[in-house]
Design a protein around this ligand. Structure first.
Ligand SMILES: Cc1ncc(COP(=O)(O)O)c(C=O)c1O
Length: 388
């Protein structure tokens, strides 16, 4: 009864363990969660006020499918200021209910059945299902701990075929925290230009970055015309539940995405769009403060993980995840995550949920209090030393 397309899409491999952790918590067990994929801060007050005001003023109706023009203008200004790219707010920008919807619309708009989509492995859990729903073929490009999980042009080139249409990149990366620097992006751009590959660049963690500057691949020569840059408000402004994101790219692709959006979700919620203007145009101290807190936590969690015997953890340059190698304890990350949930009462995500290259690793989110981080890692270390 269910279509072949949807049958193919598997539920997230993390559901089991998160359901188990939830059940344990409900029974009153003291479970520490290092599994969250969202900031633990409240949305800044001035953004909330803009939403209340919009509702009070009756801004409660459908908007243009592409989003209200004031927000698209604010996004265009943001791209110019932060990323050094000029996008026309009328033709080259779409506002979406979350970055996830923008990614989905870009993939549906570009991928024909059988087209190959290159995805660096480990990969964020929704890319492959989205490609499957478009009946495309996901082709994995391995990234390695030894290279800090950066996508390298050499490995990328090996995976290019005549059927390659799109490359998805995500920097800073979920789950590895890897950041692609200027030189990395230059090498990747050259391959995309030489092989006529379109790029979907997921930059949702742009502002959660610690030691280096974020670069958008669309700002490189000859890349703007082949790149759809996806971003949003969830992570930078702690607005995951608000569902607000956007994409910018060539007008013909944005137009196609608007078509998909207008026939599916219509538009991002009207008053949430008004709050988005306040986020982009208001004070940015909140973004910096959250970033500083995440950096302190990153330094702590990475140090503690590297202090565990036989564990190695690459220092993540961005996002809020540590991705340590626990393969000396168990090569099966699902088994190890279950063991740690039962024995240490710590919930985390098995690296295998993010693809073959993630096997043997665990994803620990540090979007939680310093106290939870310290106690969580202490418990992991104790459980491994006792039973390891
Ligand atoms: C890599 C990546 N891209 C996109 C998203 C989706 O973001 P949004 O909440 O804007 O849909 C997430 C959320 O976890 C993510 O980790």
């Amino acid at each position: 009864m269910i279509s072949g397309r949807v049958e193919k899409v598997k539920p997230s491999a993390t559901l089991d363990i998160t359901a188990k952790a939830k059940a344990m918590k409900e029974k009153g067990e003291d479970v520490i969660s290092l599994g969250a994929g969202e900031p633990d801060f409240d949305t800044p007050e001035h953004i909330k006020s803009a939403l209340y005001e919009a509702v009070k003023q009756g801004f409660v109706y459908y908007t243009p499918a592409a989003g209200i023009i004031e927000l698209r203008e604010a996004i265009s200004e943001k791209f110019e200021k932060d990323n050094n790219i000029r996008y026309d707010p009328v033709n080259e920008i779409i506002v979406t209910p979350g970055a996830k919807q923008a990614l989905y619309e870009a993939i549906v708009a570009l991928v024909n059945p059988g087209d190959e989509v290159l995805i660096p492995d480990p990969w964020w859990v929704s890319y492959v299902p989205m490609v499957q729903l478009a009946e495309g073929r996901a082709v994995f490009v391995p990234t390695y701990e030894e290279e800090k999980f950066k996508l390298t042009p050499e490995v990328l080139q090996e995976k290019v075929t005549r059927k390659t249409k799109v490359l998805i990149i995500n920097s800073p990366n979920n789950p590895t925290g890897a950041v692609l620097e200027k030189e990395d992006l230059k090498g990747i751009s050259e391959i995309c230009i030489d092989n006529d590959i379109l790029v979907i660049s997921d930059e949702i963690y742009e502002h959660i970055i610690y030691d280096v500057k974020h670069y958008s691949i669309a700002s490189f020569d000859e890349m703007k015309e082949r790149t759809i840059t996806v971003n949003g408000f969830s992570k930078a402004y702690s607005m995951t539940g608000w569902r607000l994101g956007y994409a910018a790219g060539p007008s013909n692709i944005i137009k196609a995405m608007i078509r998909v959006q207008s026939h599916s979700v219509s538009n991002a919620t009207s008053f949430v769009q008004k709050a988005g203007i306040a986020a982009l145009k208001g004070p940015q101290d909140c973004v910096k403060e959250m970033n500083m807190e995440f950096k302190k936590r990153r330094d702590t969690i990475v140090k503690m993980l590297n202090n565990i015997d036989l564990v190695s953890c690459v220092e993540p340059g961005g996002a809020f995840y540590a991705f340590p190698n626990f393969s000396n304890y168990d090569k099966n990350s699902f088994k190890l995550a279950n063991f740690l949930l039962e024995k240490a009462k710590v919930a985390l995500i098995p690296g295998g949920a993010f693809g073959e290259q993630g096997e043997g690793f665990l994803r620990l989110s540090y979007a939680t209090s310093m106290e939870n981080i310290k106690e969580g890692v202490r418990r992991i270390q104790e459980a491994l030393e006792k039973n390891g």
